[in-house]
Write a protein that binds this ligand. Structure first.
Ligand SMILES: NC(=O)C1=CN([C@@H]2O[C@H](COP(=O)(O)OP(=O)(O)OC[C@H]3O[C@@H](n4cnc5c(N)ncnc54)[C@H](OP(=O)(O)O)[C@@H]3O)[C@@H](O)[C@H]2O)C=CC1
Ligand SMILES: CC(=O)C(=O)O
Ligand SMILES: [Mg+2]
Length: 613
C-alpha cells in the first residue's frame, strides 16, 4: 500500500501544479483538452484506463472512489477481455463486445487487437462487418462517424466542424451503394468506413484521433431497407446526376477546407457507375484513392508476384481470365498490366494477356451491349459469349480472378479445367463476404488435385487435402491500404498515384516467406501485418519523394525512424510524472500468472454457463 510519504508528495504535487499543467504533457495525438476533469477521464474512451488508473492518478485526477480499489495492469485487463470474448458464441456478439470495448477504452481495444490480428480481424472486418452492416439499425448506438445527407447540401463544412477531433488526417467515406458483395445498403454501409479506419490503427498504427469515417447518405434503392422500420438513413430513392455530383464536390472541398489539402480521402464501396468516374475526376486534384480499385489491385498483384516464385514463371508468361470487370476487376487488371510492362513487354501485349467477363459476358468489341467505358481497353476482337466455362477451356487461362460478387461461380468443372490448363493454376476468389467467394479453398484443392495456388477475399479455416493442411492467404486490400495511408499521411503526400500501389505490391510480395509458400499462402501471416504496414509506409514515403509528391521537406534521413515516431501507442498513458508513481499501489493480491488470476476468479464465481449472449 502507498506510504505516508507518498501521500504527502501527491498532495504537494497537486497543490503546486494545477491539473491543466499535468494533463498537457502528451504527444500530439494525445493532447487532452483543458476542459477534461475528473469523471471525464473514465467517460472518455481515449483517456479511460478502467481499473488501471493508479492510486496516485485516481487522487490527482479526482476519480478516487469512482473505481473499485483494485489496480489492474493492462496485461491483466487484456486477459480478462480475451476470457470474456470467448464466452460469446456468435461472431456478431463478439463484434458487439469489441465495439463496446472500443467505445469505453480505446487503448485496451487496440492493444487486444495487436495480440492476435488473425483472430480478431474477422470480427471487426470481413466477414463479420458484412453482417454488422446488414443489421446496422440494431447495432447503432453512439456516433462513431459522421452522416452527411443529401439534404445537408450547403452545410457540409459546418457539419464537419461538429466532429470533435480537429487533427483529422484521413477520411474514409462511402455512399453505401456497393457494400462488399451485398449491394446497396444505404446508410447501413457506415459499418464499412468505421471498420476500414479501425484497421488504419490496428494494422498500421495510425492514431484513431486522426481518422474520420463518413457516410454520404443520398438515399437507397434497396426497397426492403426503405420499408424496414429499423432503417436509420434517409428514406428515399438514391439521388443521382448533377445533384449527386454537387454533393460529392462540396464534400471534397469542405474536407480540404476543414482539415487541410493533405487530408487523405479514401473512397470505399461506391458502385461501379461512380467509382472510376469519381476517381478519375479527383485523383490529380486531391490526396485521394479508391480502395476497391487501387488497394485491391495492389494486394492481388502482390499475390501474383509471390505466386511467380512457385510457378517459376514471370507475370507476363500467364494468361489471366477475370470474372467481374467492375471496380476491383479492372483495377487489378490495369495494375497487372503496368507490372507486366515493367517486365519488358508493351502495354498492348500486356492487355492481350487479360480477358475479362462481366454480367453481359466476355468484354468483346462485337457484343451488342457495348463495353462499359472504364473497361474499354480490355475489349477483345472476339465473338461475344456469356459462357464463362467455355472460355476457361478455349483461352486456357493459367490464372482465374473472381471479383464478381457471385458465390460459387468457379464450379468444379471450371476448376478441373484450370488443372488441365497448367501445372499450378492460380485461383483468386476475391468476392466478400465469405458466401460470395467464387469458390472455397476446399473446392479449389479438391478439383485441382491439390495443385492450385489459392487466395480468397475473406478468411477461410485451414483446408486439408491429400494428407496436407493448407493455410491459404487472404487476398484482401487490408494488407495494403493501412500501410499506404500511413505513408501518405506521414509525408503529407499531395496525391496517391498508381505507382504507389505497385510499390506497395512489391513490398508486400517481398514479405512472403518460403514458409508461407509451403503452407499454401501467397501472403504473409496476418500477425505480421503491423510490421508489413510499416515497410509499405516507408516505400510509399520514398516514392512520394522520388515523384516530388511529398509535402514535407527536407526528406528525412531515416524514413523508417520517421514512421516509428508517428505510430500510435496502444500502451496506457501514464498521467503522473515518473517521480510520483510509487510501487505497491496495487491490490496487494499477488497472482503469478494471468491465467491463474482468471482461474481463481472463475473458481470463486462458479461456472459461467448461461452468461453467453
Ligand atoms: N478481396 C478484396 O480485397 C476485395 C474484394 N472485393 C469484392 O469484389 C466484389 C466486386 O467488387 P467491385 O468490383 O467493387 O464491384 P462492382 O459492382 O464494381 O463490379 C462487379 C462486377 O461483377 C460483374 N458481375 C456481377 N454478376 C455477374 C455474373 N453473374 N457474371 C459475371 N459477372 C458478374 C459485374 O458485371 P455488370 O457490371 O455487367 O453487372 C461487374 O463487372 C465484391 O464482392 C467485393 O466485396 C472488392 C474490393 C476488394
Ligand atoms: C475488401 C473490400 O474493400 C471489399 O470487399 O469491398
Ligand atoms: Mg471495399
Amino acid at each position: 500500500m502507498r506510504s505516508v510519504k507518498a501521500n504527502f508528495l501527491v498532495k504537494e504535487y497537486i497543490n503546486k501544479n494545477p491539473l491543466r499543467v499535468l494533463v498537457r504533457a502528451y504527444s500530439d495525438e494525445e493532447v487532452i483538452p483543458n476542459s477534461i476533469r475528473g469523471f471525464d477521464y473514465i467517460r472518455h474512451p481515449r483517456l479511460n484506463k478502467g481499473l488501471a488508473f493508479t492510486l496516485e492518478e485516481r487522487q490527482t485526477l479526482g476519480i478516487h472512489g469512482l473505481l473499485a480499489s483494485t489496480v489492474r495492469t493492462q496485461e491483466e485487463q487484456i486477459a480478462i477481455c480475451k476470457y470474456s470474448l470467448e464466452r460469446y458464441g456468435s461472431p456478431l456478439n463478439k463484434h458487439l463486445y469489441l465495439a463496446e470495448l472500443l467505445d469505453t477504452n480505446e487503448k485496451l481495444f487496440y492493444e487486444l487487437m495487436s495480440t492476435d490480428v488473425e483472430k480478431y480481424l474477422p470480427l471487426v472486418y470481413t466477414p463479420t462487418v458484412g453482417l454488422v452492416c446488414q443489421r446496422f439499425g440494431l447495432v447503432y448506438k453512439r456516433p462513431r462517424g459522421l452522416f452527411i445527407t443529401i439534404h445537408d447540401k450547403g452545410k457540409i463544412h459546418q457539419i464537419l466542424r461538429n466532429w470533435p477531433e480537429s487533427h483529422v488526417r484521413a477520411i474514409c467515406f462511402t455512399d453505401g451503394e456497393r457494400i462488399l458483395g451485398l449491394g446497396d445498403l444505404g446508410a447501413f454501409g457506415m459499418g464499412i468506413p468505421i471498420g476500414k479506419l479501425c484497421l488504419y490503427t490496428a494494422l498500421a498504427g495510425v492514431p484513431p484521433a486522426h481518422c474520420l469515417p463518413i457516410t454520404l447518405d443520398v438515399g437507397t434503392n434497396n426497397q426492403s431497407l426503405l420499408e424496414d422500420p429499423m432503417y436509420i438513413g434517409v428514406r428515399q430513392k438514391r439521388v443521382t446526376g448533377s445533384a449527386y455530383d454537387e454533393l460529392i464536390e462540396e464534400f471534397m472541398v469542405a474536407c480540404v477546407k476543414r482539415y487541410s489539402q493533405n487530408v487523405l480521402l479514401q473512397f470505399e464501396d461506391f458502385a461501379l457507375a461512380n467509382a472510376t468516374r469519381l476517381l478519375d475526376r479527383y485523383k490529380n486534384a486531391y490526396c485521394t484513392f479508391n480502395d476497391d480499385i487501387q488497394g485491391t489491385a495492389s494486394v492481388v498483384v502482390a499475390g501474383m508476384y509471390a505466386a511467380c516464385r512457385i510457378t517459376k514463371k514471370k507475370l507476363k508468361e500467364n494468361i489471366y481470365l477475370f470474372l467481374g470487370a467492375g471496380s476491383a476487376g479492372v483495377g487489378i487488371a490495369s495494375l497487372l498490366c503496368d507490372a507486366m510492362v515493367e517486365e519488358g513487354i508493351s502495354m498492348e501485349e500486356a492487355i492481350k494477356k487479360v480477358y475479362m467477363v462481366d454480367h453481359e459476358g466476355l468484354l468483346s468489341t462485337k457484343r451488342q451491349s457495348g463495353i462499359p467505358p472504364h473497361a474499354v481497353k480490355f475489349g477483345k476482337d472476339m465473338e461475344p459469349t456469356k459462357d464463362f466455362a467455355s472460355l476457361v477451356t478455349s483461352l486456357k487461362p493459367t490464372c482465374l480472378v473472381g471479383a464478381s460478387t457471385v458465390g460459387g461461380a468457379f464450379t468444379p468443372a471450371i476448376l478441373q479445367q484450370m488443372a488441365k490448363n497448367t501445372e499450378r493454376p492460380q485461383i483468386f476468389a476475391l468476392s466478400n463476404p465469405t458466401v460470395k467467394a467464387e469458390c472455397t479453398p476446399q473446392q479449389a484443392y479438391d478439383n485441382t488435385e491439390g495443385r492450385c495456388i489459392y487466395a480468397s477475399g475473406s478468411p477461410f479455416p485451414p483446408t486439408k487435402y491429400g494428407g496436407k493442411t493448407y493455410y491459404t492467404g487472404q487476398g484482401n486490400n487490408s494488407y495494403v491500404f493501412p500501410g499506404i495511408a500511413l505513408g501518405v499521411i506521414i509525408c503529407h503526400a499531395r496525391h496517391v498515384p498508381d505507382s504507389m500501389f505497385l510499390s506497395a505490391a512489391k513490398t508486400l510480395a517481398l514479405c512472403v516467406t518460403e514458409k508461407d509458400l509451403n503452407l499454401g499462402r501467397i501472403y504473409p501471416h496476418l500477425n505480421e501485418v503491423r510490421n508489413i504496414s510499416n515497410k509499405i509506409a516507408a516505400s510509399i514515403i520514398n516514392r512520394a519523394y522520388d515523384e516530388k509528391l511529398a509535402g514535407m521537406y527536407p526528406k528525412p534521413k531515416d524514413v523508417d525512424c520517421l514512421v516509428q515516431q508517428y505510430l500510435y501507442n496502444t500502451k496506457y498513458i501514464n498521467y503522473m510524472p515518473d517521480c510520483y508513481n510509487y510501487p505497491g499501489s496495487d491490490s496487494g493480491i499477488k497472482v503469478k500468472t494471468i491465467e491463474e488470476m482468471i482461474a481463481k476468479s472463475t473458481k470463486k464465481t462458479g461456472s459461467n454457463k448461461g452468461c453467453k449472449k
